[in-house]
Design a protein around this ligand. Structure first.
Ligand SMILES: Cc1ncc(COP(=O)(O)OP(=O)(O)O)c(N)n1
Ligand SMILES: Cc1nc(C(=O)O)sc1CCOP(=O)(O)O
Ligand SMILES: [Mg+2]
Length: 274
């Protein structure tokens, strides 16, 4: 699935005088890179109408559209995927209905649920609620940032932190190991949705990993230079030749040779004493 970091969910109760499509367009303009339609109150035909409008909008911005709960609507509008909770349709059944290529996200509140979702083939998991939230009825007790730490240490599929996340507490979430965050009220309830999203993007920047191809394998890593990459792999710098996108980079330049998404790197190790 396309990578994402700022996940915005609809919540029309938080903007009674604004249209949901306009609000989500503001979020996209501010840098939201995945959108979920979550509507727990409208009748099905109205949810379908909103889903169709959001499909058009998200195609314009080239970001994934996820539909909460309703697989039938997701399929009908050609959404990219669905989000399901522990009490919704099972992951197995959802995968059968959606097919192998659609995104399926699963809410988790405990490491056993996270493991089961990963083993069952979920594309990402929700990790929450991190803090108290009023946006979801019957929500479980906050799992705190401790749960983020557990997931970050063990789970290899993407995870997104959710629940009570605000601009004032997102640093705690990111420093616990989350690199993707998801909000309803703090985004859509804001006077200036675009600005709040831009502010979240700024907060996320230092925590975003780069996707590198190292010796032919994809790696998502928190490194900024060749120097940091060599140290990450615990290699001995004096025994390494580094080739970046086909060019050998002198060892003295490693620390100021930045690495960007998609860079192809070959690290060749000499056998000392030859
Ligand atoms: C990204 C994300 N995470 C969690 C949820 C909650 O899903 P669920 O537990 O099914 O609760 P409802 O949203 O259906 O009330 C979510 N929607 N998105
Ligand atoms: C929809 C939802 N799911 C949660 C979970 O923990 O699974 S918390 C939540 C509500 C998120 O809204 P806000 O950003 O306004 O707190
Ligand atoms: Mg649900």
């Amino acid at each position: 699935m396309k990578n994402f970091h700022l996940y915005a969910i609809t919540g029309e109760e938080f903007h009674p005088r604004k249209d949901v499509i306009d609000v989500m367009e503001e979020a996209l303009q501010g840098g939201a890179d995945i959108i979920q339609l979550r509507d727990k109150t409208s009748k099905k035909p109205d949810v379908l109408k909103k889903a169709l409008a959001l499909r058009e909008l998200t195609l314009k911005y080239d970001v994934p559209l996820i539909i909460n709960d309703h697989i039938d609507i997701a399929l009908q509008v050609g959404a990219d995927g669905v989000h399901l909770g522990q009490d919704d349709l099972s992951l197995e059944e959802a995968r059968r209905l959606m097919g192998p290529d659609k995104i399926i996200g699963i809410s988790t509140h405990h490491i056993q649920e996270a493991r089961a979702a990963q083993e069952g083939g979920a594309d990402y998991i929700g990790v929450g609620p991190i803090f108290p939230t009023k946006s979801k009825k019957d929500v479980v007790a906050p799992v705190t940032t401790n749960y983020i730490k557990e997931v970050a240490a063990e789970i290899t599929i993407p995870f997104v932190a959710i629940g009570g996340i605000k601009l004032h507490n997102v640093d705690e979430v990111l420093s616990a190991g989350a690199t993707r965050v998801c909000m309803i009220s703090e985004i859509v309830g804001s006077e200036n949705v675009q600005q709040v999203c831009s502010q979240f993007r700024e907060k996320l920047k230092p925590y975003q990993p780069v996707n590198l191809i190292v010796n032919g394998e994809n790696h998502e890593l928190h490194v900024q230079s060749i120097q940091e990459l060599v140290l990450h792999f615990k290699l001995k710098p004096n025994l390494i030749i580094a080739e970046v996108d086909g060019e050998i980079v002198d060892r003295d330049s490693w620390s100021h040779t930045p690495v960007k998404d998609g860079t192809k790197i070959e690290l060749v190790e000499f056998i000392a004493g030859g």
